[in-house]
Structure formats: C-alpha cells, structure tokens
Design a protein. Structure first.
Lengths: 154, 56
C-alpha cells in the first residue's frame, strides 16, 4: 500500500483513489451533492497529483443510469483521466477474502479491486462500506472526508 | 483500457455530461440520497449476478 505509507511518513502527496458509482452519479448533478461534485473537480484540477482508477463494473453501473449520449460523454471523460480495468484482472482469492469478512460478492469485488490497485482509498457514500473501517489496507471515505484530506495537503 | 490522460478533454466531457443530465428529468431526481444509493446497490448486484452467470 504505497500511498498509505507515504501518507504516514510525510503528509499526503499523491492520492490514488477509487470512486464508487454513487460518487460519479452525484458528481454529474443527478442529485445535488456538492461534496461529490467538488471532489471530481478537485481531482481534475490536481491531476496527476491525485488520480483515479475505475473497474469495468463501476463503468457499467453508472452507464445503466445514463442515456446513450450521456454514457458516451462519461466514457470519454473517464478515458481521458484513468484506466478502465477489466474485472477479471482482480485475483479471485482477494474477493473471497472480503466475502468472508461479510461483504456481498459484488461489494467484495470492489474492495478487492481497491486493494489490488494499491489505491489509498475507496470513496463512497454507501454506508455499508463506510461502516467497515478496521483492518483494511485502504481507507474508506465519503467525498466530504476525502476532500478534507486533499485540502489539508495543499 | 486507457488513452493518454488529457485533463482538458476530461473536463470538456464532464461539462457536457453535466449539461445533458441537467436537461432531463432523471428517474433518480425524485429520490433521496439513500434511495439512490440503494438503487445503485441493486444495480451492482444485478450486473454482478449476470457476469457470474455468463462466466459459469
């Protein structure tokens, strides 16, 4: 977990983040949620200091709630900012470990993906994730907390 | 799957996406934050289940 180690040693310099589908949906203005919108804007303004990774599953989830025209813009947006990782690249065993910790299979995959990428944090408004803080190799933050961390490093 | 990062282009597409979203009544627009999160969790489970069926 290089990002987390770096944070402990010398304050946050670079944050690699994985954003859950709810953060994208809120950032696009489907629900007025300023923290999610500001987080994406801040990542864009600070790129490549702070960056994101996104799995195919999240792309598909977001896409389900967009029109084809909106989805095209979303894909263009993502591909100019990050890699889209295919789901099969994540080791199966990692996902199983999170399932054994009580996460549903798809949520377990997301947790495994975050660990696999070495990201510093999963950003989500999903309380089922937010309630799980212990013994994880990455942080689970909502957009507001993530913004505070990013701003404290400036 | 990736192309060379281009923040200017990413911002342009994000702005366009926000503009498109603002022009229509989205099925989520009448929902609370919690309801949207639950709907997205359901979407996740549906997609995941479908992926598992396809692979097995």
């Amino acid at each position: 977990m290089p990002c987390a180690k770096q944070e402990k040693k010398s304050g946050i310099k670079n944050l690699l983040l994985v954003l859950d589908s709810n953060e994208y949906i809120f950032a696009f203005g489907i629900l007025k949620k300023p923290s999610s919108k500001t987080l994406i804007d801040t990542i864009l303004d600070s790129f490549p200091i702070h960056s994101i990774r996104i799995p195919r599953l999240v792309v598909e989830e977001v896409g389900r709630h967009l029109t084809p025209e909106e989805f095209r813009e979303f894909i263009e947006f993502v591909m100019n900012l990050a890699s889209i990782d295919e789901d099969f690249v994540v080791p199966f065993e990692l996902g199983v470990r999170y399932e054994l910790e009580g996460l549903k299979p798809a949520d377990a995959f997301i947790a495994a993906y975050v660990e696999w990428t070495g990201a510093a944090a999963l950003v989500t408004e999903n309380r089922h994730f937010l309630s799980r803080h212990s013994n994880l190799p990455f942080k689970i933050l909502n957009a507001e907390k993530c913004l505070k961390i990013i701003k404290s490093s400036i | 799957m990736s192309v060379k990062p281009n923040v200017k282009k990413a911002k342009k597409h994000l702005a366009k996406l926000r503009e498109l979203v603002s022009k229509r009544k989205h099925p989520f627009s009448e929902m609370s934050e919690e309801e949207i999160i639950n709907a997205l969790r359901k979407t996740r489970e549906e997609i995941w289940d479908k992926k598992l069926v396809t692979r097995s």
